[in-house]
Write a protein that binds this ligand. Structure first.
Ligand code: BGC
Length: 285
């Protein structure tokens, strides 16, 4: 909390999901969905009425558990294993989705990894691995989704868009981050890939957008928020004065996947509590 809110004794309030059935009759694939942001997005899409394919690559139990939890909402959910950086596995995943669900309406390109090193020490394996999952993975899944959307064609009674693609980016598509050059390069690449695909498929009424989260509370970035010291340091970068929760990103995904955002394509929605507002300039400059 900042000085002002501390004096007011105000604790941050994080809204719960308030979602309806705006996605009912649609099937969504969320890659890397069994933990972190992907899990929050999968839960939110399911709560909004979509059938959800929970893609994962490790830890099948958590994927299965999540699929069961989502289906308690009365929608269909299924865990599907595939490494998104591999063309053959992505192809198999899409065939399976077609077989099980008939088609796909929403793709959330969420799978992403970090493998950090100082620039001069970064190995080619570290570079290729992160680019492979974060950027090539989004390319492969987006291509498969666009092919499926075009094959099926428009279904105006289901959605005004023929298909929707949401690319998970990061504030680091814009903010340089020392020690993470493979990750920032992958996220910068996602920005231009997303916009170029959006431009190319807009006439088919396929919408392509990105979400750029800031610091979200997930197991992966635990060191950034777990201790009081780390949390205080993190808050110097977040004007809204709380860490993001996965459901903050989930709500944005629901909006971008729904017809509420029908005229939005090629856009990046920052979900970052103001991290992009240069908080270092709150004073001085
Ligand atoms: C990273 C997080 C980090 C955040 C803000 C995200 O892209 O995955 O670990 O906390 O950016 O720096």
């Amino acid at each position: 909390m900042n000085e002002q809110s501390r004096e007011n004794g105000r604790e941050p309030v994080v809204p719960e999901h308030v979602l309806t059935d705006i996605l009912s009759g649609q099937t969504a694939l969320v890659t890397g969905a069994n933990s972190g942001i992907g899990k929050g997005v999968a839960l939110a899409l399911g709560a909004a009425g979509a059938n959800v394919v929970v893609n994962y690559v490790t830890d099948p139990d958590s994927a299965q558990e999540l699929a069961e939890k989502i289906s308690e909402n009365g929608v269909r959910a299924m865990a599907l294993k595939a490494d998104v950086s591999r063309e053959d596995e992505v192809g198999q995943m899409f065939s399976r989705i077609r077989k099980e669900f008939g088609t796909l309406h929403i793709l959330v390109n969420n799978a992403g990894i970090q493998d950090d090193a100082p620039f001069a020490d970064m190995s080619i394996e570290q570079w290729n691995k992160v680019i492979g999952v974060n950027l090539t993975g989004q390319f492969l899944c987006s291509r498969a989704a666009v092919r499926e959307f075009r094959r099926r064609g428009a279904e105006p009674e289901v959605s005004s868009a023929t298909g929707k693609i949401i690319c998970m980016s990061s504030v680091h598509q814009e903010i340089p981050w020392a020690g993470h050059v493979n990750y920032t390069a992958s996220k910068g690449g996602i920005l231009m890939m997303m916009k170029t695909i959006a431009q190319e498929v807009a006439a088919d009424r396929i919408r392509v957008n990105a979400i750029a989260p800031g610091a979200i509370r997930t197991p992966i970035n635990r060191q950034a928020w777990e201790s009081e010291d780390a949390y205080e340091r993190l808050m110097t970068k977040i004007p809204y004065d709380r860490i993001g929760e996965t459901r903050d990103v989930g709500r944005m995904a629901v909006w971008l996947a729904s017809d509420l955002s029908d005229y939005v394509t090629g856009a990046t929605m920052y979900v970052d509590g103001g991290m992009m507002l240069y908080p270092g300039f709150t004073t001085g400059g």
